[in-house]
Design a binder for this molecule. Structure first.
Ligand code: ADP
Ligand code: ASP
Ligand code: MG
Length: 414
């Protein structure tokens, strides 16, 4: 065993949290690549916490297995199953490091005490008791922790929502007061658009929490939106970078030194469906009832559009994520004739959202018009629009997603 691996009393320079996503640990070669990158930090005397996702597409594989057995599998059991993905990758990583002569220990959510809310499938991290992790770090071990999972008050496993390992990493960085939190992935950083959809997208050297939060919430899957929310709340500066090369990546932080970009990025989201509830009475309490029924089933509603009155009635359109469509439809149909008194409910599942985000947008009038012009030139019809201070979102037909993202990206010369 190399002498640096067992020495105690090494001068400890920093505590670093390094998170690696599924593609970065997809096979033996990649696992050893990650192990070696973590060893470099360790050899410098740093304390190293590694957060891993499940290998490759293992989470999807597990979900398919579950659906095959029971399409309506209980959420508790789904989480029990999904957490095995991350448990596999941390154990294999610890084995890889051991074979390279580096002391390492893998911990799951129980061992690392990642306490969450009750909700299976979409739990929020509440508290981490860092005693065990500190003990392992002080014993000069690399600590490898399962991303994406937690435990709730029933001592059951929970998961944090797809892509949730980023949030595990940020929570650990905050709880341990880490000196750095690096998110390693399969692209070189945060780009002006998903580089897989817009090939000429450009890597951003830095981006503010607010812009990143909007982009992540609007479909830029490079970071889990709650990880950005948490990073902002606890002032954890993030670096998003590639696990396959040493390029610098993107810094996500409170204030950007750079001049505020009019538009800093374009996001596309296909996980969306549009509901139209037509012929509602035009009187107080109608919108309340409609959305209360959905809220009672924990269904999140996103873009909302209410029409002006016509023939004494009004229509309301809104969007939900696709996995919520069946439950939303079921709920609305049950209440459609009785409490809602609507004439018709329709659902479009083949829609997507395209958004532009930029802190400089606040003070500039022509931004939305420029986006709509680009879509018009590309022959893309807009079904619904919503805006905030730093973003404009349009709902379009899914088949135009890539064309629209490219057209909007080009229009702003990003
Ligand atoms: P990981 O498994 O490492 O967590 P993800 O698949 O969750 O990786 O996130 C990385 C992916 O995010 C990239 O492969 C890319 O296709 C996608 N992506 C979407 N929007 C962006 C963006 N603006 N910048 C960079 N990548 C993006
Ligand atoms: N393995 C989980 C997923 O695929 C969590 C993650 O990758 O961040 O969603
Ligand atoms: Mg991810």
């Amino acid at each position: 065993m190399p002498v640096w691996g067992v020495q105690r009393g090494n001068e400890v320079h920093m505590l670093v949290v390094k998170k690696f996503g599924g593609t970065s640990v997809a096979n033996k070669e990649r696992i050893f690549n990650v192990a070696k990158r973590c060893m470099e930090d360790y050899k410098k005397g740093n304390q190293v916490v590694v957060v891993l996702s499940a290998m490759g597409k293992q989470t999807d594989v597990l979900l398919d297995m579950a659906r095959d057995i029971n399409p309506k599998a209980p959420r508790r059991e789904l989480d029990m199953l999904l957490t095995t993905g991350e448990q596999t990758s941390v154990a294999l990583m610890a084995m890889a490091m051991d074979s390279l002569g580096v002391p390492a220990v893998s911990l799951n959510a129980f061992q690392a005490t990642m306490h969450t809310t009750e909700d299976y499938g979409n739990a929020r991290l509440k508290r981490i008791d860092t005693g065990r992790i500190r003990f392992e770090l002080d014993s000069r071990r690399i600590v490898i922790i399962t991303g994406f999972q937690g435990i709730n008050k029933h001592d059951d496993y929970t998961t944090l929502g797809r892509g949730g390992s980023d949030t595990t990493a940020v929570a650990l960085a905050a709880a341990l007061h880490a000196d750095s939190c690096e998110i390693y992935t399969d692209v070189d950083g945060v780009f002006t658009a998903d580089p897989r959809i817009v090939p000429n997208a450009r890597k951003l050297p830095e981006i503010t929490y607010d812009e990143m939060l909007e982009l992540a919430s609007l479909g830029a899957g490079v970071l889990h939106n709650r990880s950005v929310e948490m990073a902002k709340k606890y002032g954890v500066q993030l670096v998003v970078r590639s696990s396959l090369n040493t390029s610098e990546g993107t810094v996500v932080k409170e204030e950007s030194k750079m001049e505020k970009m009019l538009v800093s990025g374009v996001a596309a989201d296909k996980n969306v469906a549009q509901f139209a509830v037509e012929g509602l009475e035009n009187k107080p309490g109608v919108a309340f009832k409609l959305f209360q029924h959905l809220a009672n089933h924990n269904i999140n509603v996103d873009m909302i559009l209410q029409s002006v009155e016509h023939d004494g009635t009004q229509d309301i359109a809104f969007t939900v994520t696709r996995d919520a469509v069946d439950e939303a439809l079921d709920t609305l149909e049950r209440h459609g004739e009785t409490s809602l008194k609507c004439e018709k409910i329709t659902v479009a599942r083949d829609v997507s959202k395209i958004s532009i985000v930029g802190a400089g947008m606040m003070s500039n009038a022509g931004v939305a018009a420029k986006m709509f012009e680009a879509l018009y030139d590309a022959g893309v019809n807009i079904r619904q629009i919503s805006t905030s201070e730093i973003r404009v979102t349009v709902l379009i037909d899914e088949k135009y997603t890539d064309v629209a993202a490219q057209a909007v990206h080009d229009a702003f010369s990003l």
